[in-house]
Design a protein around this ligand. Sequence first.
Ligand code: KIV
Ligand code: ZN
Length: 512
Amino acid sequence: MSDKLLIFDTTLRDGEQSPGASMNTAEKLRIASQLEKLGVDVMEAGFPAASQGDFEAVSKIAEEIKDAEVAALARTSMADIDKAWQAISKAEKPRIHTFIATSDIHMKYKLNMSREQVIENAINGVKYAKSLTESVEFSAEDGSRSDPDFLCRIFEAAIASGATVVNLPDTVGYAIPDEFEKLVRHVIKNTSNIDKAVLSVHCHNDLGLATANTLAAINAGARQAEVTINGIGERAGNTSLEEVVMTLKTRPGCIPVSTDIETTLIHPTSRLVSMITGIMVQPNKAIVGANAFAHEAGIHQDGVLKNPMTYEIMQPETVGISSNKLVMGKHSGRHALRSRLKELGFNLSDDELQLVFTKFKELADKKKHVLDEDLEALATEGVLRTTDVFSLEYIHVSSGTSVKPIASVTIRINERPHEGSAFGNGPIDAAFNAIAKLTGTESELLRFSVSAISGGTDAQGEVTVRLREDGLLSLGRGTDADIITASARAYINGLNRLEFLKAHPYTASEAL
Ligand code: KIV
Ligand code: ZN
């Protein structure tokens, strides 16, 4: 059995199914190119039949990505598979990933099909996909709750029809490691032609067991793991790439497989995904959380100073957390900025660099030390924005203990400046009221969160808002050394994304 574990990243597909995480094409391309550098073997770029927006994003990714396989998801219908193939046909290494549910509960209530009908659909779907391309993956949705013998039957049929990968998902995050390991062993033992395909697993994290289940499956012989960056995904998310990869690297003797992941890019990739999707990483998240390498207790700090191995099972540098965090100041030039951004994974064109450089100089005037996190935020903001309808030109807010907060704001709407002011319960409320009045929008604010990107009172504030208007959801992010300006930027970013969604009405999750 091979000792290489294939990493199938589905951040752009299942990850995008995280509530409110929809990304535009430029953002998806940026993540795709980072995933390629990270060394994933396969990236699932989306579900082309779900919407025109998904179709376009998958097509663009397929044209750009050269090293990794680019997979497109499809149900077993010819229409879905045609759409998937149209989107990825230009890829250097295309893969069609087709799926149908195999648990009794899904077949009865969702599909209203018998087992025989499901098998027939799977065979037809795989055969059709195979007539279009060599690399075909078949997934048995809700596999962990399916009859194990039926699972073997359908995998056998899929492999006989041309599937090169068969995937066993724990779609609802119900499995527990011991049971899942036994199921994988059962499939390997009882699927007569399993040696002709790679066995894959795809776990969800509803009980917090996605990584444990994935590792148990690898132990039993699975050789592809389906994962996402930061573990984002439908509901409680998917298995996180960084947890699987770093477990295998940190405990090499326990499960003798390895991956081609460039682990020093894990942290920059995690930051990028978090900034683009607006989904914050919980501070205590393994590997990529802000506290993952922070030692608080005196006893621990003392031990780490004497020898890091006392309390550190991995070195932060291995996952790309630089111990030399102080990188740039107001005297740093364009060349230094370009090369630091390159190290952080941003290959900018001259125009993009100029944009970021201007923002960098503004920030360096306000803030003594500009850290990697600040640069990532500037680059992500400066380069990845959608073509904005609204942009913030000016904001002034008065507030205090005995003043009714009032905000005066100038916003460019399609390049024309509009001025206005509004009162509010607090300075941010006043700013948001003025912005809503000027833009004539009526979105509902569902979430508002503020965090400091780096330490210190001069840290850039990072604000995330979640908005809803006419059933459309969007996330907005904004950063600035001034928290009120950061909030206004986040709100305006969310409004721009709503405008984008109105023009491209889709979310990938609607179709699943
Ligand atoms: O969770 C799941 O079952 C899926 C399949 C489409 C692979 O995402
Ligand atoms: Zn899934």
